[in-house]
Structure formats: structure tokens, C-alpha cells
Design a protein around this ligand. Structure first.
Ligand code: UDP
Length: 327
């Protein structure tokens, strides 16, 4: 029988791609999702248990019924701006929800967890590229809750033997290379889908948040990582834990940064049309440059991004969006 992996948030963007990767590698993904932000249609590779992280009994039932060997924990709210406006919601869902999961996992004796952390745990970086040893000083409740969970995982490891890998994502983007799943957020706040929506005239233009950054073209620089590469890294993390290795935390990025203007230029060439844009003020809390040093992931997992060139990211996201428009 294949090993079951509980995937919280498996109906969401990154979680659904991880489920596909798990199934392809011979695991049984069991999705636990309250569908508040995820999509039933994205659950295609195993059962869906509708439930909330706060419902510890339901989590225990899911873990026991499916004889789960490990957990991948994606379920979380993930909008920085929303977290600043409504921190209570983030502390309740992301932090209290994760604590409920950790307690359920402890109760049934599961000892392996892969956790979706974020480069938001670093706050305003002091240098670039960012190494895992850089200070973690988040500047919003989203980053604070992710860091608090990393720390809880550390102490649960010390006290109860739970081993974990915290994966600090940089900018997840793109869609499944085979077009089966992709990004669908409501409301959408991420650059790549917004640029492509403007290309498809589903919005009048894309806003460029800030043209006065200390970068070559004045716009902010991010490290965009293909969602399929992220999914692959989760698989490596699982195999690492299954091999009995120690807890770790890793950056997932490419080590290369791209400006907002570069993203728009590549999207224009992929879509074959001009994309209307409007230059506006900076968005509060956005650092100028966020680029990963991904070398630890290469050393510990042998993982590196394979499909994260901007062309592939944008072409797969565009194909997915066109499919959604047609449906
Ligand atoms: N951005 C932008 N216009 C938008 C959305 C985002 O110029 O409509 C910029 C944003 O300031 C940041 C980059 O694009 O520099 C990536 O933002 P996104 O929201 O996609 O991800 P984040 O870096 O906030 O996780």
C-alpha cells in the first residue's frame, strides 16, 4: 500500500501542485482543507477531507483513518496586506490553526512535517542574496505567524521528536507544466497573474508599485520560483525526513532576481501584445530586493529550480489563465 501524506491546504495553489507531485512519486495525498480559499476542483489525486485546522478531533480522525506517515502543511492565509489590516484573523487561522495541527500530530505519533514558510520571515533583508542564517525579523503579521510556527516546530522537535523541514518560499508563480492546475486567488494580488489578466483585457492595466526603488530600472526585484519546482522541493523534503535526517529550514528560490518591468516585458513577448501599465506609488511594506541564496537546498536535498526561468513561469501561467477564461 502506498504511504499516505496529509496535505493541509491541498486544495490551494501550491498545495495542489504538491499533491500532483506526491501522487506521481507513488504517495497517496490526503487533502485536509476547509475550502475557504482553496478549490474543490484542484483536489484530483486523492481524497478530500473538508475540515478546519481548529478542529483537532477531525485532524486526528484524518491522520488515523488514512494511517498518515507524514504531513505537508500548506493551509494558511497568505496576504501580507490583509494580515496588517486584520492580524487577529492571521493569528487565529495561521498560528492557532497550526498549533492545533501540531497537537493532533503529536497525539497520533506522526513524526515528520514539511512546513510552508516564507521569505516574509526575514523582514527587510540586510543583504542580498538572503541566506538562511540571516536575521528573521518579520515586518507584518503574516511573516510573524510563519516565524512563530517555525519556532514551534523547533521546540516540538526538541521535546517530542517531531522532525520538520521549513521551506521558505520566495515568489511562487507559474502553473502546472501540463496545464491541469494553476493559480486562482480571489482577490488576486500577485504580480504575474495581474500582468496576464491585463494582457487578456480582464483588467484595464497593471499597476507598477513604485518606480523609485534603488534598482537598475527603479522597480522592485523579486526571485520568482515556478510552483512545480516548489512542489518538487516538498517531495525532496519528505524523502529527506523519511531517510531519518534532522530538522532543517531552507530557502526556495532561484538566486536570480527580476524587476517588475522585466516581468511585464517578458509577459509582452510571451503573449505577443502590449500590456497597459500604470505607474503608481510603492505598496507599503515592500522591500526593494528579495532574492534567495538557494545553495543550502542544493547541498541538503540536491534540489535546484529547473523550470523557473521567467519565460516558462509566464508561459505556463498564461496557458492556465487562457484555459480558465474559456471555461
Ligand atoms: N507588484 C506590482 N503591481 C501589482 C502587484 C505587485 O508592481 O499589481 C510588485 C510588488 O510591489 C512586488 C512584486 O510586484 O515588488 C511582487 O509582488 P507580489 O504581490 O506578486 O508578491 P510579494 O513579493 O508581495 O510576495
Amino acid at each position: 500500500m502506498s504511504q499516505s501524506v496529509l496535505v493541509t491546504g491541498g486544495a490551494g495553489y501550491i498545495g495542489s501542485h504538491a499533491c500532483k507531485a506526491l501522487a506521481r512519486a507513488g504517495y497517496q495525498p490526503v487533502v485536509f482543507d476547509n475550502l475557504s480559499r482553496g478549490h474543490r476542483e484542484a483536489v484530483r489525486w486523492g481524497p478530500l477531507i473538508e475540515g478546519d485546522l481548529a478542529d483537532r478531533n477531525r485532524l486526528v480522525m484524518a491522520l488515523e483513518t488514512h494511517q498518515v506517515a507524514a504531513v505537508m502543511h500548506f493551509a494558511a492565509y497568505a496576504y501580507v496586506g490583509e494580515s496588517v489590516a486584520d492580524p487577529a484573523m492571521y493569528y487565529r487561522n495561521n498560528l492557532a490553526g497550526s498549533l492545533s495541527l501540531l497537537e493532533a500530530v503529536r497525539e497520533v505519533g506522526v513524526d515528520k512535517m514539511v512546513f510552508s514558510s516564507s521569505c516574509a520571515t526575514y523582514g527587510i533583508p540586510v543583504g542580498s542574496p538572503i541566506r538562511e542564517s540571516a536575521p528573521q525579523l518579520p515586518v507584518n503579521p503574516y511573516g510573524e505567524t510563519k516565524l512563530a510556527i517555525e519556532r514551534a516546530l523547533h521546540w516540538f522537535g526538541q521535546a517530542y521528536g517531531l522532525r520538520s523541514v521549513s521551506l521558505r518560499y520566495f515568489n511562487a508563480a507559474g502553473a502546472d507544466l501540463e496545464g491541469e492546475i494553476g493559480e486562482f486567488h480571489e482577490p488576486e494580488t500577485h504580480l504575474v497573474p495581474l500582468v496576464l489578466q491585463a494582457a487578456l483585457k480582464r483588467r484595464p492595466h497593471v499597476d507598477i508599485y513604485g518606480t523609485d526603488y534603488p534598482t537598475a530600472d527603479g522597480t522592485a526585484i523579486r526571485d520568482y520560483i515556478h510552483v512545480g519546482d516548489l512542489a518538487e522541493a516538498h517531495l525532496r523534503a519528505l524523502e529527506y525526513l523519511c531517510a531519518g535526517r534532522e530538522s532543517t529550514a531552507l530557502n526556495l528560490g532561484t538566486g536570480r532576481g527580476h524587476s517588475v518591468r522585466e516581468v511585464i516585458a517578458v509577459a509582452e513577448s510571451v503573449c505577443g501584445r502590449a500590456i497597459p501599465r500604470r505607474e503608481t506609488a510603492r505598496r507599503a511594506g515592500d522591500p526593494a530586493v528579495l532574492v534567495a541564496d538557494p545553495s543550502r537546498a542544493a547541498e541538503q536535498f540536491g534540489w535546484r529550480a529547473r523550470n523557473s526561468d521567467l519565460q516558462t513561469i509566464i508561459a505556463t501561467a498564461f496557458a492556465w489563465l487562457q484555459r480558465c477564461v474559456k471555461q
